[in-house]
Design a protein around this ligand. Structure first.
Ligand SMILES: *[C@@H]1O[C@H](CO)[C@@H](O)[C@H](O)[C@H]1NC(C)=O
Ligand SMILES: *[C@@H]1O[C@H](CO)[C@@H](O)[C@H](O)[C@H]1NC(C)=O
Ligand SMILES: *[C@@H]1O[C@H](CO)[C@@H](O)[C@H](O)[C@H]1NC(C)=O
Ligand SMILES: *[C@@H]1O[C@H](CO)[C@@H](O)[C@H](O)[C@H]1NC(C)=O
Length: 334
């Protein structure tokens, strides 16, 4: 704005306040009922300008003390890895290395440096504030999505987070068509389109080497099982789940239940930390108590509920508690 213009605006603003104030005083001295109007107007404007933690109707990060949620939620731990937060405490590093221990792990610091020469080193999504309303759909792979017709609701969210296989083609009506974030690990990796962010959950140093390789030379073809050598994914959009956040999810939210959290639970906690409103689809069993994937016909393929690695029941209980506390909205399907 040019200087004379700015002056004009300032004069107008001053004039407005002067008039409002004198009218207010005048009506007050006259004990005019219109004072209530002003009181009301001031209260309204007060509410209007008092800034909540986000711009949605409901915010996950609503300040509250001593609640079940507040005791666990720690917003200062970033869910995604950067060069800076990749420096892990001995304690965290030891815990993370124990998840899928490697006989001869490469030098973690050097691998991280290589990684950030291939993918961007950015702090993303940590922009919570009164102006932001980011809605997210976390879409699990449960058979309860079949026939749910949740597709449109899922696609209407700002972020749509899917995990592992999660095919959409042919299932759009129930599961939607958009994917902004696809959470995976090397052993579950699939090709993505250019607009989707690959979110890698690393369980070992080799997983970080694998993503570098899979995006470039394709030399790594094996972890503890054969893995895809190359993946189609936009390397400018690759994100890495932070090992420190991983540990926080396990300790604060699962209180050490299971060996480590499932991809679904890790994705949910990611959403809770980067979104203002979270809707959850495709978690849990279907109406018959079957645990299977929505793209599978076989209702008996329920082996993954008790894999011995995840405590599915405990995770589901925490998920329900998040819903009871109005932190997420659960869509239970059929
Ligand atoms: C949250 O996490 C940070 C970083 O790990 C830690 O320093 C802080 O004590 C934690 N806050 C709470 C309330 O646990
Ligand atoms: C890993 O590499 C870094 C940088 O090259 C080096 O400073 C560090 O000592 C190495 N760590 C181990 C455990 O060898
Ligand atoms: C994918 O997106 C990037 C920008 O993020 C662009 O540079 C690249 O050309 C795109 N690739 C394809 C195949 O569309
Ligand atoms: C889950 O919650 C139910 C009901 O509160 C409880 O009976 C059950 O023991 C809980 N399961 C786990 C694994 O904590």
């Amino acid at each position: 704005m040019s200087l004379p213009k700015r002056r004009k605006v300032r004069t107008l603003v001053l004039l407005f306040f002067a008039i409002t104030f004198t009218t207010f005083l005048f009506s007050y001295t006259l004990r005019d009922p219109s004072i209530y109007f002003f009181k009301y107007a001031f209260r309204l404007s007060d509410n209007f300008f008092s800034r909540g933690p986000c711009a949605c109707r409901r915010c996950i990060a609503e300040p509250e003390d001593e609640s079940w949620f507040a005791e666990r939620f720690n917003q200062s731990i970033h869910p995604l890895m950067t060069r800076e937060n990749s420096v892990l405490s001995d304690d965290t590093f030891r815990w993370w290395q124990w998840l899928q221990s490697e006989r001869q792990p490469a030098n973690f610091t050097e691998v991280v440096e290589e990684l950030f020469q291939v993918i961007p080193d950015e702090v993303l999504y940590m922009d919570a504030g009164p102006e932001r309303c980011r809605t997210c759909a976390v879409v699990g792979n449960s058979g309860n999505l079949k026939g749910s017709r949740y597709g449109a609701a899922i696609d209407s969210s700002d972020l749509v987070i899917r995990m592992n296989q999660a095919p959409t083609s042919g299932f759009e009506e129930d599961v939607g068509a958009r994917t902004t974030h696809h959470v995976m690990y090397p052993e579950s990796a699939i090709d993505l389109d250019n607009a989707t962010s690959l979110v890698l959950i690393p369980f070992k140093t080799l997983d970080l080497q694998w993503i570098v390789s899979a995006l470039t030379t394709g030399t790594i073809t094996q972890t503890y099982i054969p893995v895809t050598a190359r993946i189609k994914a936009n390397k400018d959009k690759v994100l890495i789940y932070s090992p420190a956040f991983f540990k926080y999810v396990y300790e604060s939210w699962l209180e050490g239940h299971g060996r480590y959290p499932s991809t679904g639970f890790l994705s949910l906690l990611l959403a809770i930390h980067i979104c203002d409103e979270v809707s959850v689809f495709g978690f849990g069993a279907d109406q018959y108590g079957n645990w299977h994937h929505y793209w599978e016909e076989n209702h008996l393929a329920g082996a993954f509920r008790h894999t011995g690695v995840h405590d599915g029941d405990y995770e589901y209980n925490v998920t329900l508690l998040l819903a009871d506390n109005n932190k997420i909205q659960m869509f239970k399907g059929r």
